[in-house]
Ligand binder design. Structure first.
Ligand SMILES: Nc1ncnc2c1ncn2[C@@H]1O[C@H](COP(=O)(O)OP(=O)(O)OP(=O)(O)O)[C@@H](O)[C@H]1O
Length: 708
């Protein structure tokens, strides 16, 4: 309400001041002294500005930036407008009230333009920080381009050449028209045509070279960044993958790296090209007619405002479309990768519906985005036509007064449409560049991310006993920080001994294994291997010495041999076969069509669950680990295979063996059975001891192992 009163007060004071000052202005005008009129106009502007600022200061409206800007624009614009009018026409065709109203409207649109195009950077630190961040990101992208500087430099040279050549084509078109209109000399005409042809050819060749070099630079940049990003992602801890959506990661790798490459090469290409062209064309246009140029430049703020409003809406909607496409892709990927479950539960229709709904979202968003674009194009065309009409009318005037030839007007109009395109494209590319730099920000976020579970240890002792101590571990998963899975958990695994973890489902057995594999970092306590904290060991060394076979063994596409030697590089076949024999896998592998060279299919899809499990065991055994972890491995194995595997494991007397098992046979022969429930050890001992005790293990045995 207070602001409203202030605005009304300011407008009233302004109206009175305007009337009084305008009276004086009219008198100068009546005397026909245009120069004195213009000078008085500027003096009046100063007086009004001081007066209105005084009112705002007196009303103590705080630091209303919009009001101050409006005031300045409101006072200044009239004078600027009239100066332009004076320069172009030299008279004042409007009455006092109309002039005041046109002043108000012009100032309001200028303020709006100001607000949209240059959001306040001093108002809050946010805008400033954003710009600064964009600048830093941009610099980083440029630095990443370092290996391609030569290509970029070549591209920029061709860019400049292409633009220079392009600029002279309309000029010579106008000349040819002028020559044709006069009693021309044949050689004059041929020379003009020849120049036009030469400049066209030069522009095409240079543009081609420029495009090629830029594309080369972009491709090589994208290739490098993708590799860097993938490497950085591979180093992240498991928790990172649990908290980040797969769709996000793939879109960083595919879309954002491309956008980032475009940020510099394509946008800078466009911006520079357009900038050089704009400057060149402006100087050529000024030389043709500075009055027409001035008139034409009046379109720029309107074009800028339109483009800026459009960019804001369009970019937001484009982002929404991207997100919705990612959601639709997620739904499709989930259904395809879980097709067996989908079929098993007869959910084909509901999965199709889910995908359909998400696609529908994308479709609606795309429609909205395209409508915004259509409206923008319509308004833009109307503005363009309006400006063209104004220019032709004014052009007629100056041709009639002999200040310009027809050919020059044709050249000018050709330049004008090009210039309008250049300015629009400059504004768009600038917005797009900021957008692309935003994508770069997301890529850098992952590139800079330090994994929470460090892999930077460097301890690699020659011999390892394999004594593992879990010391007072407290742990909760990154996705559920408030739910403690292990509380003050302590346990020792002795070398040469087999420890079996048992307990009700969800008790925390697999969590212990995951911590020993360093998939996660406990919040409190630590795990020692031979008395040294696990994180001090070198990453590669640790995973050679501590090997695990998980609940659901994952194989990668490739041969059986590739999968067994996974991560070891070259290994001779004998070693591979020995490991396969220990895992009771050699028999079935030998019967496969190509033996160890047989392809296992994507994720090992061409093998049975038990076969995959045995290959996974062979993959762990070939490393001859000092600590071997088997997490419910035997669940997929038949009794015969299980016995064979047990025997093989018994043949490594010094190995520390940690087994999570549900089969009594596996557990019975363990040196130590540990019952885990609710993230804590509730009972410990040999099978015999625990049975005699008739505690948790005894009850668990009754409940869980009766099938054995
Ligand atoms: N990645 C995860 N993120 C969040 N919570 C998890 C995760 N994995 C397991 N949990 C939770 O941690 C608890 C312990 O799970 P854990 O897998 O260690 O149990 P378990 O004893 O191995 O069970 P099971 O015998 O069924 O395999 C459970 O409550 C489970 O829901």
């Amino acid at each position: 309400m207070r602001s409203f009163i202030v605005y009304v007060l300011v407008l009233s004071v302004d109206f009175v001041a305007f009337c009084v000052l305008d009276d004086r202005l009219s008198r100068w005008s009546d005397q026909g002294n245009a120069t004195a009129c213009l000078c008085w106009q500027w003096v009046a502007t100063g007086i009004r500005w001081v007066l209105l600022s005084g009112v705002v200061y007196w009303a103590n409206t705080g630091s209303s930036v919009v009001l101050k800007r409006w005031l300045t624009t409101h006072c200044l614009l009239g004078s600027l407008f009239k100066t332009g009018q004076f320069v172009l026409l030299g008279n004042y065709p409007l009455g006092t009230a109309w002039r005041w109203l046109s002043n108000v409207l012009a100032a309001a649109s200028a303020t709006l333009f100001w607000e949209f195009s240059c959001p306040d950077k001093t108002d809050g630190s946010n805008g400033k920080q954003k710009t600064q961040k964009a600048r830093v990101l941009f610099q980083r992208v440029i630095l990443l381009y370092r290996p391609d500087y030569l290509l970029l430099m070549g591209a920029f040279i061709f860019l400049t050449l292409a633009v220079l050549c392009e600029m002279f084509i309309p000029f010579y078109t106008g000349r040819v028209i002028d020559i044709l209109q006069s009693q021309y000399q044949w050689n004059e005409f041929v020379t003009a045509i020849l120049f036009m042809g030469l400049f066209s050819l030069g522009s095409s060749i240079s543009a081609g070279c420029r495009g090629g070099l830029f594309m080369c630079a972009i491709n090589s940049f994208t290739f490098r960044v993708k590799i860097m990003l993938f490497r950085a992602l591979m180093n992240q801890e498991i928790g990172f993958y649990e908290t980040t959506k797969t769709g996000d990661l793939t879109s960083r790798l595919s879309t954002d790296t491309n956008l980032m490459a475009r940020a510099v090469a394509l946008n800078v290409n466009v911006i520079l090209r357009r900038f050089i062209k704009t400057l060149g064309m402006l100087s050529l246009m000024l030389s043709l007619s500075w009055k027409l140029t001035l008139l034409m430049l009046m379109e720029t703020p309107i074009t800028g405002l339109l483009q800026n409003i459009y960019n804001t809406f369009y970019q937001k909607l484009s982002k929404d479309v991207q997100d919705s496409i990612a959601r639709a892709n997620d739904a499709a990927e989930e259904a395809v990768s879980g097709i067996r479950t989908v079929r098993g539960f007869n959910t084909e229709r509901s999965e199709s519906r889910r995908y359909n709904d998400r696609l529908m979202d994308t479709h609606n968003l795309k429609n909205r985005r395209d409508t915004v674009r259509a409206v923008y194009l319509l308004v833009r065309r109307i503005t363009e036509v309006g400006m063209k009409v104004a220019m032709l009318l004014y052009g007629r005037l100056i041709i009639q007064s002999g200040q310009m030839s027809t050919g020059n007007l044709v050249s000018f109009i050709l330049y004008q449409s090009d210039l309008a395109d250049s300015i629009r494209s400059l504004i768009y590319s600038f917005g797009d560049m900021l957008n692309s730099v935003g994508a770069a920000g997301k890529v850098f976020e992952y590139l800079d991310r330090k994994p929470e579970v460090s892999t930077e240890g460097n301890l690699q002792p020659d011999s390892l006993e394999g004594r593992v101590q879990f010391q007072n571990l407290t742990f909760s998963y990154p996705t559920r920080r408030d739910q403690k899975v292990l509380t003050d958990f302590s346990l020792e695994l002795k070398p040469g001994q087999m420890t079996a973890l048992v307990g009700p489902s969800g008790g925390g057995k697999t969590t212990c294994v995951s911590l020993l594999e360093r998939f996660y970092q406990a919040q409190e306590g630590e795990i020692l291997l031979d008395g040294q904290p696990l994180q001090t060991y070198q990453h590669k060394y640790l995973h050679r010495k501590v090997a695990m076979v998980g609940q659901e063994p994952v194989l990668f596409s490739g041969s059986v041999k590739d999968n067994i030697t996974y991560g070891l590089g070259k290994c001779d076949l004998q070693r591979v076969q020995d490991a396969a024999r220990k895992a009771n896998a050699h028999g079935f592998i030998s019967q496969l069509e190509k033996g160890y060279d047989t392809d296992v299919g994507e994720r090992g899809g061409l093998l049975s669950g038990g076969q995959k499990q045995r290959i996974a065991i062979a993959r762990a055994l070939i490393r001859e680990p000092q600590v071997l972890i088997l997490d419910e491995v035997t669940s997929c194995l038949d009794t015969e295979s299980e016995q064979a595997v047990q025997q093989a494991l018994a043949s490594c007397p010094n190995q520390t063996l940690l087994v999570v098992a549900h089969r009594l046979k596996t557990i019975e022969r363990a040196d130590q059975i540990v019952v885990i429930d609710n993230g804590a050890v509730i009972e410990k001992g040999t099978h015999k001891e625990l049975m005699e005790k008739q505690g948790s293990y005894y009850r668990l045995k009754e409940r869980l192992f009766t099938d054995s």
